[in-house]
Design a protein around this ligand. Sequence first.
Ligand code: ADP
Ligand code: MG
Ligand code: MG
Length: 208
Amino acid sequence: MITKGQIIQGLQAVAEAIAENKDYLTELDAAIGDADHGINLDRGFQKVLEQLPTVADRDIGSLFKHVSMTLISSVGGASGPLYGTMFLRASIATAGKEELNAEAMGAILVAFVEAIVLRGKAQLGDKTLLDVLIPTQQAYQSAIAQGSDFPTAWQTALEAAKTGRDSTIPLVAKKGRASYLGDRACGHLDPGAVSAYLILKTLFDPNL
Ligand code: ADP
Ligand code: MG
Ligand code: MG
């Protein structure tokens, strides 16, 4: 079970983690993009952090809606609308909720995948954040189906997320700026896959 308080702490932790990794994410984007991924996300999550006290009394769905609107209006680039849509769909899946059980967590992960597929038209193996989100959702779903409790299933999901992140290294990009590079994108981590793993790991921490 993850409470609303843990989600608020999780959002604060995400803002900190993105700030700490701002230069790293930007360096990754310098290699196969336009060197702004860390800058874009840090701008957005600092805004989220700034405004958090004004929405802290709302339910989880409203919190995610707020994150979505803030990211859409302040991040820009490809990742702003993508992450914005991801949180928007998650906000619909969690409307009115004050805590997340195993089922609600599953619904969030499905919402994340659906949002990015819908918005970015990418698929698994295209060297995008979907290479993290799809394996995470699948690993979580099968762990729950096999009877794992929530913390165990989430741990399994995060391992799949990390493997998914690293799976982007040899890939040719099919979407976004990195796709202009053809084979030259091979051998580099996808910046969006790295930020997606960081966000998942930091936002939903049952140990917070
Ligand atoms: P921009 O490329 O506009 O500068 P960012 O640098 O903030 O935007 O984000 C780049 C990341 O966005 C990529 O590393 C990739 O993971 C993700 N991305 C780009 N296009 C798509 C897409 N169509 N679907 C899913 N993810 C995408
Ligand atoms: Mg960029
Ligand atoms: Mg850009």
